[in-house]
Design a protein around this ligand. Structure first.
Ligand code: PLP
Ligand code: COI
Length: 331
């Protein structure tokens, strides 16, 4: 089975409205489309935040969610920044579990390479003209079976872009739709030039590596240190957080979070992209206007990147014991 990474309709999606004062009862809706006012703040002014996580079917048939509490906390942070009423961590987890449970038939089989992608989101609804917080909101969860965004462990190439996805003190660390709208031109430019994605630099100095279009960046040094960029405008990825834990606690590696100058790329023996959609993907080529750097270790099946990938995958699909609290069962 080779599923695309794309939307398809499933049995139901979750909707829960906030009427300006309180949350109404949430429910599963089978009708595919929403009906919202064309002057909704989400449509006109981008008052929208979302999350991305996956449900994994194990060999035992049980369906697992990976570190959902971290997604809940990040969602609340994003929602608050856009001045929307946040669900509680428990509301978030319950909504996701209910939606996945109702769509269990759509979770791809173990070993098929597929997963159920889960997209919780929050939008301002109801018509108004001023670009101010809406009075009404919708918290929803949509699920869809997907394959991987990039082929498993197949190396990718990146082009360093001149554009920024977010401002230095702006929305970069929040998972809001506007960041993705702002990335589209740069990503398209990289793809049209034959690269898999673009690599963003820090928006203040343009001297440091920030992140990939839809994934975080990490590098492995010759002395086996896991290095990942620190910056206020990077999305704090849960995959990256998990790799840092595995590297430090299980692989006995040093883990360093700090600004990573573009000039330092030469010092890495491996570089990779990590995220829910990207999983862990080795990078074999990074091009700037001046030069193209290559990373021959990207195709080595025994690389540190490949070992991190295998450990993470085995945790997610239930083949190995997870660190405490990382897995939530749906069935
Ligand atoms: N950076 C960006 C811009 C992303 O869209 C994502 C994907 O969610 C990530 C990083 C990785 O985050 P996570 O590992 O939580 O999926
Ligand atoms: C994810 O990895 O979950 C993302 O959000 C990336 C992209 C599909 C927006």
């Amino acid at each position: 089975m080779n599923l695309p990474f794309n939307y398809t309709k499933t049995k139901s999606h979750y909707v829960q409205y906030h009427n300006g004062e309180t949350w109404e009862q949430g429910h599963l809706q089978q009708k595919e489309n929403l009906e919202i006012n064309p002057m909704s703040t989400s449509l006109q002014y981008g008052q929208e935040a979302f999350e991305g996580l996956k449900a994994y079917r194990g060999q035992d048939g049980r369906v697992r969610l990976f570190r959902i509490e971290e997604n809940a906390k990040r969602f609340i942070r994003s929602v608050n920044f856009l001045h929307m009423p946040a669900p509680t961590v428990d509301m978030f987890i319950e909504a996701v579990k209910q939606t996945v449970f109702d769509n269990l038939d759509y979770v791809p089989p173990y070993d098929s390479g597929g997963t159920l992608y889960i997209r919780p989101y929050m939008i301002g609804i109801g018509g108004q003209l001023p670009p101010a917080p809406s009075k009404h909101y919708l918290f929803g969860v949509v699920v869809m079976p997907v394959g991987q965004l990039f082929e498993p462990l197949k190396p990718i190439s990146l082009k360093v872009t001149h554009f920024d996805r977010a401002a230095p003190n702006g929305t970069g660390s929040y998972k809001v739709g506007g960041n993705y709208a702002a990335s589209m031109y740069a990503q398209n430019e990289a793809k049209n030039a034959g690269y898999n994605d673009c690599l963003f630099l820090d928006p203040r100095t343009h001297e440091h590596i920030e992140e990939v279009g839809v994934a975080n960046f990490f590098g492995i040094t010759n002395d086996n240190t896991y290095v990942t960029p620190e910056s206020p405008s990077i999305l704090r990825g849960i995959t990256n957080l998990s790799l840092q834990y595995i590297a430090a606690e299980e692989f006995n590696m040093d883990v360093v979070k700090r600004p990573v100058p573009l000039e330092e790329l030469n010092a890495f023996k491996e570089v990779g992209a990590c995220g829910t959609a990207a999983v862990i993907t080795p990078i074999e080529k990074i091009a700037t206007d001046e030069q193209t750097l290559t990373f021959p270790e990207a195709t080595n099946q025994n690389s540190v990147t490949a070992k991190l990938h295998n450990r993470l995958k085995n945790i997610q699909f239930g083949d190995e014991t997870p660190p405490k609290g990382w897995i939530t069962f749906v069935n």
